[in-house]
Unconditional design. Sequence first.
Length: 100
Amino acid sequence: MLTGKQKSFLRSEAHHLQPIFQVGKGGVNQAMIKQIEEALEARELLKVSILQNNDDDKKEVATALAEGTGADLVQLIGSTIVLYKESVNNKKIILPKAKA
C-alpha cells in the first residue's frame, strides 16, 4: 500500500509518460492483464488510457487492472490510469520512505 507522499512522487514521475495500453470496447481481459503485468515488470510505472468506446465505469476498469496485475493504482484522472508495481528484476524507481 502506497502512502500519500509516495503516490504524489509517482504521479510526478508518470507526468511525462505516454499511455502504452488502451482499454477499448472489449474491456479488460486476461490477455491485456498479462501484457500489462509484463510491461510493469519492465517499467514499474505506466499509463493506460480508457477509450471513449468503452462502456464500463472508469473506476471499475482501473480497479480490475490493478487487482488483476497486483499493481497499486496511483491515479485515475479523466480517462487515464496510472499503475505502479515494484519490479523484481528491473528496479528503477526508489520511493520516498514511509514514516513509521
